[in-house]
Design a protein around this ligand. Sequence first.
Ligand code: BGC
Length: 783
Amino acid sequence: MPPFRTYAAALAAAAAATSAPGAAAHAQPVLPPRTAPRPLDPRTEARVDSLLRRLTLEEKVGEMTQLTIQAVARVHGTATVAQQLDSAKLEDALVRYHVGSLLNVWDVALTPAQWQEVTSTVQRVARRKRVAVPVLYGIDAVHGHQYMRGGTIFPHNIALAATFDSAVVRQAAAITAYETRASGMAWNFSPVLDVGRQPLWPRFYETFGEDVHVVATLGRAAIEATQADPRPVVRTLLGTAVPPPARVGGQVFVAATGKHFLGYSAPLSGKDRTTAWIPERELREIFVPPFRAAIDAGVRTIMANSGDVNGVPVHASHAILTDLLRTELGFTGVTVSDWADIEKLHSVHRVAPTRNDAVRLAVMAGVDMSMVPYDLSFYDDLLALVHEGAVPESRVDEAVGRILRLKYELGLFDGDPGPNAAMLARANAPAFQAVSRRAAEEAVTLLKNDRAMLPLAKTARVLVVGPGATSLTAQYGGWSYTWQGTDTALYPKYVKTLLDAVRDRVGPSRVTYVPGASFDSTRDVAAAVAAARDVDVVIVALGEQAEAESPGNIDDLTLPAAQLQLAQAMEATGKPVVLALFEARPRIIRPAVDAARAIVTGYETGPFGGEAVAGVLFGDVNPSGRLPFTYPRYPGAVEHYDRNESANSTAGDSTTGYYPEFDFGHGLSYTTFAYGPVRLDRREATARDTVAVAVDVRNTGARAGQEVVQLYTRQLYASVAPPTRRLRGFQRIALAPGEQRTVTFRLAVQDLAFIGLQNRPVVEPGDVDVFVRGVAPQRLTVR
Ligand code: BGC
């Protein structure tokens, strides 16, 4: 069908839809498929009901209260010592105030023995409660069990996303759950399901990138693997039957948390916990789907967004936390507040004139548990509110019912809710580290390789400069041993920096290292320039110091001038320059790009990041990572790959529109892949159909390599300006030289639904181009 007819039909449909809802013959509202709400287990429900009846109001309000471990730890001078519990404070919190949940450590990583001591003491004291309800201990194990010394640490989510490999994400999540539960915690505040649309945001690296489908797919994989029994994964990895014994874990092994609901990742200013203005269409198109997928996957807990969306703080939004989350998306689990965010409705957002009002607003909006976290103010306030009649006890029962159900599902009542020494003994097993290494190697992305500069010969004389070369903290990123990740004393000694890994490959005598610059100040560039005289290649390692949340706020996306000056000075020597990046977000590197012969990014890849980047530089690893975000060229040109046509520029026009430094999905290899034409099993389809899309991929180079096959669609005309492309599927495949494989995707037409004029999902009839990255599109007509 010629495009203008489709256009006319779409316009007619749009007009009909706006003038007479329901009369639109062409725009068929289609809700994306959703599994029925998770069926509740009648036996568990009976236990919950009976326990709920036995608890006093005070005990129930205690269940809704979550304190940080510092609140019950000893104080030395002005510092709390997280691993030393204060028995009087703990007794007071758990027995007198019936506190039902504790959370993490932010200033120090504990050893396995210390974790054992902490979590078993907590459960021992909990047994002294009038009704012995075990404590639910939550932790941020967001890239491995990073608050335990001797836990396995994985790349951050942004790097996991660059692998486009659900299998490695599942393994990492299963290992993390195993180690978390081993140390006595059954709740992981992970994964982040926020879509990374604002690269300034200091938590960008915690996301799976900018694409909705990637975030939803990898988020779902992480949730399923966190909550399922990890024994099959662990057994396969270790090659032996392993603990846990049956008395550890229940229906759910570790509860995952989908966070932060909703719209946290797109603050207008780019600063953490600040206002986001998100039109309803975009909220539903971009930010809701990963949470929908998480709920379909049975995620047990959701954490609320600390910020406000369109002026309404989410912690006070009944529309978001109840109407959308519960009624529309069917969530049946526990909603937890974020850190101190109920009180902040009063002190920061100013939507509650008193602290007491803040508690009422949040609880009535739908928060089930308050991460208070330092004191018992929430407990006192909520109790008073129920006594006054401002919060009905039925709302408390609803929240506590959900919390108790979770505790039963986790098996906390039925086995030993505390740590397990036999499991702990397996923490950071070599086979677990191998998964982290594999993830790092799959993540590292070769962005530029001018005249096949890489891989470098191992006989090359190499100069290494730049702060990224020796910084483990940049390699790991935030949330590593401590909240900010900057305490290098806690890092394991065996971990190699990029410089170590380069030396390993070419021998120390061929490597010159000149520090050159810190992250934000120039040092000794002249010495680096002088040292370049005697080498064949210069590796300039740039990046960002580890950071987490607000301390990572920046005013400028451009990498600090000192680092760019260092890179430019090295480029001016005329020696070939390779840039190696360890970044939390796509920092602008424009001044250094054109003259660089090659650019590799290692994101924040964790313990094996230095080795993985060096492996790519010297050809031990054939790069296969792909950018999970659009890498902007200029600070004022932040775009997303799924923009609509109006944001497009003519090719090479750098003044307007889409002209990124590197495109979403981009990543080079040392081999070449040739694609055959895309084949559709049908040319026409209705909204109920599924189309099989096949493509042959052949490795036409001389090296084995991995390719990420990316399926996109583009609707030609629609009532809402259609994106120029949307990712609909991806598959990572490994091909030996000369090997060919047929890759098949099943594309459900329902998944082409977009948020239409009525702010509801619709599939509109018309022509859709279906294509694989790098291959000519095929036309599908949706009737
Ligand atoms: C973060 C959450 C985290 C919580 C507990 C908050 O500041 O926003 O993502 O789970 O702290 O550490």
